[in-house]
Design a protein around this ligand. Sequence first.
Ligand code: COA
Length: 674
Amino acid sequence: MEHMKKLYPSGCNPLFIKPSRPLPKEVAVVGAGTIGPDIGYYIKSALPSITLYLVDVVEEALKNAEKRYEEYASKAVQKRKMKEEKAKEILRNIVYTVDYSRIKNCDLVIEAATETIPLKQKIFETLEGVVAANAIITSNTSSIPADRIFNTIKHPERATITHFFAPAWRSLPVEVISWEKANRDTLDFLFWFFAQTGKVPIMTDNVLCFMLDRIFDNWCNEAAYLLPYARAAQIDKAAEEFVFTGPFYVLNMANGNPIITETNTLQMEEGACYKPAPIFPSVDRWLTPRPGSKVEVPDDIKKLIRERMLGILFSQSFDIIDRGIGAKGDLNYGCQIALGFRKGPLDIMRDLGEAEVMGIVKRFDGDRPGFPLPKSSYDFYQDFKRFLLVDEIDGVIVITLRRPEALNAISDEINNEILSVLKENADKPDVKGFVITGYGNRAFSAGADIGKFPQTLGNFSAAAQYAKDCAEVQLFMDRMQKPMIAAINGMALGGGFEIALRCHGMVATKNAFFQFPEITLGILPGIGGCIVPYRKWPQGAKLFHEMICVARPINAKEALEIGMVSKLVDDIPELIKTAVEEVKNLQGKIRRIPDGKVEIPEFTLPDPPVAGKQALSKEAVSIIIKTIRAGAGAATFAEALEAGYIGSAEIACTEAAKEGISAFLEKRKPQFKD
Ligand code: COA
């Protein structure tokens, strides 16, 4: 793990890596059972123009995989998640084969065959005889350490484990195992490749069951040990407090009983406490209803289940952190995006508080002795950023918003975390400044988290206060002596765009775009969005009218032309390099947002107002115009911001806001009345 820590400090954003090799043109997946075809489908969807080889010894499995691919693609088209043209391209150039020699030109091969060491070793020996000596070859095992699989191959430096989660075509995380024989290029490439193709790679140490399966396997195993006290359905029901789907229901879906027996037997190398529950081999399916069904669980039984399930969850989490198997942020986030936890284990600990957590741990140790206990203080396990990756490059703190499942939408907690990073570093003499960017290559941020909005709708003072609370980050940025640059890596919308606007400079990739979609939700950008652009780039005022009043998006080139963005670049490593340079150039030269009145042109908007084909609310547009005018006419920047908060509170009390926000959350088109 020391090796991994040096290579990948916990903050590292994988897309900052400049890999030594390009994206592969030919990829093979060996094993057409359950997960192999799904891995192939994810890769082909992300890179439709490549050739994908699906290899198996059983023709039938290959035929089934082909059918599965056709179903996936046609479902995606039906649900309008994919254009027909793309679906066709995905299904082109897939070779279903039993002949290993076909894959000789593959640059990347992922093995996803049965979990037995001799079989895997045989496959890798065969692969080495077929593909080039520098082709990257990986195994999708969920439990077997790399040194046990790759101990017979000639070039282990290009081999490691890449562990996917079901369903692999959609589930975001992939554990990439750092082990001592894999070279830096291999790990760098894989870490970068997965992020580049839309996954969330998580660097994990080379231990039995890696990181997330240690949680999952032991969670399920503990559930089985509770069977003398409760029925499977009751255990699932009680567990629903923490997970969307209880352990037995998941085991049924995944045919997981033999897997738990196998993986927990392996973990017994670390202690007899890991022994698999003896009931597993004798049960085929568990009697448990769909998640959410009504099941009576008496209070005392519920308490017992809760304590034991939390006990194992906490024990495993402490162990993972104490042994450095993975980073705290990755553990917490990974449990949510890979394993279906409602909150990460460290979030659950935070909610319960130190006394309760330590009480649970102590009682668990009494009931189930032998499991790891915490080696550090409660505060140590809570000291990490949940939604941010924080890197340091050349004395510049680079903040990455990591919430790709919601296109990096900014929740209150993200806002607080950004503020805390700024505060922690604002006075450090060796920190030159900050860069902020978004995870992945699709979004800087899709805006403020819309899920939170309904709470303030219809309540003027609550809405005004909420806008002010959200603005704390920006107000801090206004006062900072150290420059902050927004590195825009894709869409910058709404509240995300408002953070970028307040930075002291902006650089962007050529595919970036900017938009205030608020009016399509019946609201307005209240954290400076109606104010700041006019004061910083008055030459763009006409364009800003359209952006704010009718949600007109602008592309990176237009943003460059009006001076909002200072440089456009081709890729993310270049983006970060440029942003870091900009921070250095701006030392002592931050331009503050000016006070005084600002001249703005008249509004010439479509009547009735529309955004694309979406009819807008006239009332909402008129509140926006009033707000922009009030902001421009204010004598000071602070008063102008105040006008923005008031405008956002006023609009939050309209029918338009109610309709717009409900429509988004209900995934339908809004029907504004006036
Ligand atoms: N707040 C909360 N969640 C958001 C979000 C936001 N601002 N923007 C996107 N998401 C979530 C979506 O709800 C979806 O979650 P789900 O998978 O649980 O349903 C996920 O991110 C992916 O977005 P999706 O809408 O499925 O992607 P898409 O490619 O079809 O559309 C957008 C992308 C950006 C056009 C669309 O997500 C959108 O309109 N977002 C809202 C933008 C906005 O109005 N921002 C201003 C708010 S201040």
